[in-house]
Design a binder for this molecule. Structure first.
Ligand code: PAF
Length: 293
């Protein structure tokens, strides 16, 4: 496995490769990332992973400074997973001048849920992903479903810019107690770690309650507005339950999978069309998770 830091060296190494398969990361890799590398390996060659902690997607009070940087260990794990090339630029390589050209994400997608609570996050993600795509020029790129909204933003960006890149999703990897794997799990102390699966359980309960609502046969069929009100009540219940356990939830919400809009009655009736998403802070650590159903 080769490690390159400069864009010219990356281009040279990939010259003539028409089937490059790409996994962008910010490092501090865990099984979730490695499973994306395995998907990449099954769909193209060579497999390139990038390691770059992207300042543009962190808010001023977020954890850019303390985001774990574990480069040597990451490289060992990528090598063992069958990665062919690691692209690890530093900031002066990827952003040699201030990155004033940015990808503006659409209202109603980039400014809701994660985008509401982390303003500028998706602009930062879309900008670096577009730039990394320009550097690597992959045929295939793999993104985890754990960052569901990010996957959707990238998919829609690729569609709208007609980029010749196939975006593949990777399933969320979970610990045995249900906690979604995340680099930020490493911030949790023992007591917080024991509490952490509660976010996943709260989403499972929200999914169950939504399914019950879909199955219920009220005397008056629910119109779109009534469905929205009923879902908002379930979401409030889920948020309150998590808050009662000492969490500070940002949102727990049921949305349409395709565009993250609030579901109406037709969506509720359709199987496999929804996703329950949540973000909540335990101590100073913010975790996210989602369940498609
Ligand atoms: O999911 C991540 O790790 C990051 O958001 C990504 C896609 C590597 C962009 O910095």
């Amino acid at each position: 496995m080769r490690v390159v830091e400069r864009i010219v060296d990356l281009r040279e190494a990939l010259r003539g490769s028409a089937r490059t398969s790409f996994v962008p990361t910010m490092g501090n890799l865990h099984e979730g990332h490695l499973s994306l590398v395995r998907i990449a390996k099954a769909h193209g060659q060579p497999v390139v992973a990038s390691i770059f902690v992207n300042r543009l997607q962190f808010g001023p009070n977020e954890d850019f400074g303390r985001y774990p940087r574990t480069f040597e260990r990451d490289c060992d794990e990528l090598r063992a997973a069958g990665c062919d090339l690691v692209f690890a630029p530093d900031e002066t390589e990827l952003y040699p001048v201030p990155q004033t050209f940015r990808v503006a994400t659409p209202a109603g997608l980039g400014d809701i849920l994660e985008g509401e609570f982390r303003p500028g996050f998706f602009e930062g993600v879309a900008t670096v992903v577009l730039k990394l795509f320009g550097c690597v020029q992959p045929a295939v790129a793999v993104f985890g479903r754990k960052d569901y909204q990010q996957l959707l933003v990238v998919r829609k960006m690729v569609e709208q810019f007609a980029l010749p890149i196939r975006i593949l999703p990777g399933e969320t990897s979970r610990e045995t107690d249900g906690l979604a794997m995340s680099s930020r799990n490493g911030y949790l102390d023992a007591a917080q770690r024991a509490q952490a699966p509660a976010l996943h359980r709260a989403l499972l309960a929200l999914v169950d309650r939504t399914r019950e609502l879909a199955r219920s046969r009220p005397s008056q069929p629910l119109d779109d507005e009534a469905v929205r009100r009923a879902l908002q009540a379930l979401e409030r219940e889920a948020i309150d339950a998590l808050r009662a356990r000492g969490w500070a939830p940002d949102y727990l919400s049921v949305r349409r999978r395709d565009d993250l809009a609030a579901p109406g009655s037709a969506d509720l009736a359709q199987r496999e069309s929804l996703v329950a998403l949540g973000a909540a802070r335990i101590g100073s650590t913010r975790l996210i998770d989602n369940i498609e159903f």
